[in-house]
Design a binder for this molecule. Sequence first.
Ligand SMILES: Cc1cc2nc3c(=O)[nH]c(=O)nc-3n(C[C@H](O)[C@H](O)[C@H](O)COP(=O)(O)O)c2cc1C
Ligand code: SF4
Length: 688
Amino acid sequence: MKYRHLTSPITINGLTIRNRLMQTAHNRHYARRGAESERDRAYVEERAKGGIGLLTLGNHIVHPTGMGGGHPGVAFTFLPEAQQPLRATVEAAHRHDARIFLQLNHFGGSITSNPDDYRVLWAPSRSVSILSGEQSKAIELEEINAVVSAFAEGAVFAKQAGVDGVEIHVAHGYLLHSFLTPLTNRRADNYGGALENRLRITREVIAAVRAAVGPEYVVGVRLSLSDEMPGGMEVDQMAAAARLLVDDRMIDYIATSSGQGAMFWVGAQTGFAPPGFLLDKLARFKKALPDIPVFAVGGIDDADMAEAILAEGKADMVAITRGQIADPEFARKVVEGRTDEIRHCIRGNQGCLAHAIRGAPVTCTVNPAAGREAIFGLGTLKPADSPAVWLVIGGGPAGMKAAEGLAERGHRVTLVEREALLGGQLNINILQRGRASWNVLRTDLERNLTRLGVTIMRGLTADESFISTFGADAVLLATGAYADRSGWSSVSARIAGLEQAHVLTLWEAIQEPARAGKKVLLLDDEGAFRIGGAALRMQEAGSHVVHVSRLNALLPGTMTTTDMPPLYTALFGNGLESHLNSWARRIDGRSVTIFNLYSGVEVVIEDIDTIVLGTPRHPADGLYYKLKGRIDRLYRIGDCLAPRTTDHAVYEGFLAGRELLGWEKRPIFEGDRDALLPTAVPPTALIG
Ligand SMILES: Cc1cc2nc3c(=O)[nH]c(=O)nc-3n(C[C@H](O)[C@H](O)[C@H](O)COP(=O)(O)O)c2cc1C
Ligand code: SF4
């Protein structure tokens, strides 16, 4: 058996879990009125059906001072009415023999106060939230007691709802972790100073939880393997703290992660980090803690790697958290030896973490059914009423996804791509550092198209005559976008002097960075990853990059995906020069005049070899307008409608596969309904 370790059960404090594949705690922001929603239930049930051994519900807030206002969509354990919805979610997992834990948390001083009542944030010492800049107060002794009791009450709440175990959150810089690390704990009382003191509140919480739930119930902790910051705790110190907890004999497992505060992003890194990016630290940690189950996590994206982690004794369970957002049937495919059918996570964080950080419902770039399981989950794909011949033009993510869905439903599909390679803009994007991990989106889709018998015509430009001769029943255009040379942007319609040979598009700069020359001026109308990725690529080819952006921050679009820290590190390390709140007025040979958008003050930048246009792409919609009115069933999706993200493209391809074409066929989601319906008033418990 190839995956002997992964598929073997494990028993933790009397609870048997059917295999070693899990998802660590992750908050999906589907909760409504402080309780699990139908969307949570459907999400959990999908993964339970898909064969997962264990999943942990993320961040359930134990006390009103711990919820903040930055994370709408989290559930609370202090609302009695939240217990029944939680029970429904738990039963959904149990129906398919999966086990389910619940993470208990208090956000501490790391976020922002609730916008309704402005409760002051509690932290070990007076501090400033890196996310909001809001100042918290040092928690007082009677308040510590209230927090300890709240964790215990939260554990009872979960146990009564049928949850299989609770996890106390001591990671990511939230309240308990912020006591543990000397970076944020400057207390002079029994809760500050030496490790034993900094760990005191965590031990009190564990003892109270254990007393409340009894000895035969699973209680675990989540610990960061490192603070990931100078002056903070490194892996050996974390292992020493864990040793104290293990020797207290009150916890049953440790789920690992990493980072805190400004380094919170290290636990869920994008493609800038290699697969399995926490494994070295994990191995060291586990070596010091052989006597307790330890859960591995962090960009573990394939079954072979997961199996090796277990076989080498680096961990006792393996979390593939984003990987099972991307493919809820990951575990079943492993058990059945169908790993070649897995749909892989691209580690872009665009659909998941970026949504979560914005407080929006989590979904997934590669799996449009994630978070939409009730409508699009397993078993919802119905065969076509009348199988037809479909011609899909454009083999980027939208076209490939559409062809996949149409073929799965029994249509005869031909996909035409102008280039020799499928993938469209993806093939340009993956040239950028941090984006190579996105290539699996193309290879997974291409593999499926082959399996489904889609006819793929590469290197062919489908024009009007080809399309009319082909005689399809329906034509779907997914012709993408092209790089616009006009200089049109959200600031101005044109830039004087633009029509010169040394003006390049962003794609040209990414594909042929050596053309940029010694000094390049990069115009940025978007603040998105592709601008930073292009800048880095040119820097690495030897250019000095002068970045000129209309925005008031550098690449703000990379903040929520957490690409920002590694991107900034690389860009500034390579000497990036940046002019914010600015735009180009005119180009005179090697001189470019830029101006401040607010003061109008002009600055001339000299000795520029090339100007690169990070301006909006143009929809490739020419074919659509030529065919409109001449073909009955003509549709268009993705960037040829309006150039947007890969998430938009894949989602529209997915809808097209189900023939949900046109705005009137698109579903209204639970979150949309909350926003739309007048009944969506805040519950009284939150107002008081
Ligand atoms: C959308 C999202 C929400 C998350 N929410 C939580 C959470 O509530 N609690 C927590 O401890 N970790 C949370 N995490 C971190 C994950 O548990 C996990 O450590 C991270 O995704 C890295 O593992 P992976 O590479 O297998 O995805 C979250 C991650 C994501 C992507
Ligand atoms: S949105 Fe991206 S990073 Fe998140 S689970 Fe999906 S593929 Fe992975």
